[in-house]
Design a protein. Structure first.
Length: 107
């Protein structure tokens, strides 16, 4: 496989539910600092540890857990500039799971 082509870069992700995120990746590709620019969690930001795999050249699966309890997985296609995002969060007596699609724009 190739190098971690997202490492050391910042991207804006626009998701189909109106959420917008700025994701800045460490140069070694092991951490991410995200900021929520629009959407239900606007203003949230955190630096998280990434679990990653390159599934094809320019296509990466990235996952992390946030302090608030959300779990997130992205299937990021840097060739097509798209993302499929799956996240879960606690609500009431259980967890909610959502699947979204969006775009990835380098900044």
């Amino acid at each position: 496989m190739s190098e971690l082509t997202y490492a050391g870069k910042t991207f804006v992700l626009r998701v189909d539910n109106g959420a917008v995120f700025r994701n800045a990746y460490a140069t070694d590709g092991t951490t991410l600092h995200y900021q929520t620019l629009e959407g239900p969690t606007k203003g949230a930001e955190e630096t998280v540890t990434l679990h990653t795999a390159e599934v094809a050249p320019g296509r990466f699966m990235l996952g992390w857990a946030e302090k608030a309890g959300m779990t997130i997985t992205h299937l990021k296609n840097l060739n097509a500039k798209t993302v499929h995002a799956f996240w879960t969060y606690g609500r009431g007596e259980g967890r909610v799971a959502e699947l979204h699609t969006g775009t990835v724009e380098p900044t």
